[in-house]
Design a protein around this ligand. Structure first.
Ligand SMILES: C[S@@+](CC[C@H](N)C(=O)[O-])C[C@H]1O[C@@H](n2cnc3c(N)ncnc32)[C@H](O)[C@@H]1O
Length: 167
């Protein structure tokens, strides 16, 4: 059993199913939508994966016991939060604060986004995190320029951040 605590934000069809199959334990998947958590539960049950805890939680307002993770994985939740019509800028700041709370120093944050470019993500997550690796994603060319419709980055937490600043 691989000892590593992992938090994933909304984890249907995700990396966590793979990590669980590889033998990682202490995996927690959260979403603030009860139907999303129920769907995740039925996918995991079908795949016979019992070592993942599922919780209905708002990442922007987490209970204190959800902290100290080695890895935090996001595929699409920061995007969804960023598109919230109700004060998205403030919610993005709250996301960064929550990330700092849940992740251990030296822990890894994996984010996949189809809404933000690599440069924009580097700017959003510049405080207390450093780019560890850019994961390969499909590329396309148009009008003589090439680009990518998805950004997938791995950051490492270097220190606590956004904990002492007023919001
Ligand atoms: C674009 S979907 C991503 C689904 C999944 N990760 C995937 O790759 O298929 C975004 C998910 O984030 C969840 N979400 C949005 N804001 C959230 C928040 N503040 N806390 C927890 N989950 C949130 C939504 O309920 C939705 O299930």
């Amino acid at each position: 059993m691989l000892q590593c605590s992992i938090l994933e934000l909304e984890m249907v069809f995700s990396w966590l199913n793979l990590l669980a199959k590889l033998g990682f334990s202490n995996i927690t998947g959260i979403d603030y939508s009860p139907p999303a958590i129920r769907l995740s539960g039925s996918v995991l049950e079908k795949e016979g994966l019992s070592n993942i805890k599922l919780k209905v939680e708002d990442f922007l307002n987490l209970p204190t016991e959800l902290s100290g993770f080695h890895v935090c994985i996001d595929r699409g939740t920061f995007d969804a939060i960023s598109l919230n019509p109700d004060n998205a800028a403030e919610k993005r700041k709250q996301y960064v604060k929550s990330l700092s709370r849940v992740l251990k120093v030296k822990g890894f944050f994996l984010i996949t986004s189809c809404n933000w470019t690599k440069e924009e993500l580097l700017n959003e997550f510049s405080e207390g995190l450093e780019l560890f690796e850019e994961l390969p994603t499909p590329k396309f060319s148009f009008g003589g320029r090439s680009g990518s419709s998805v950004a997938a980055l791995v950051f490492q937490k270097t220190r606590d951040f956004s904990l002492d600043k007023p919001s």
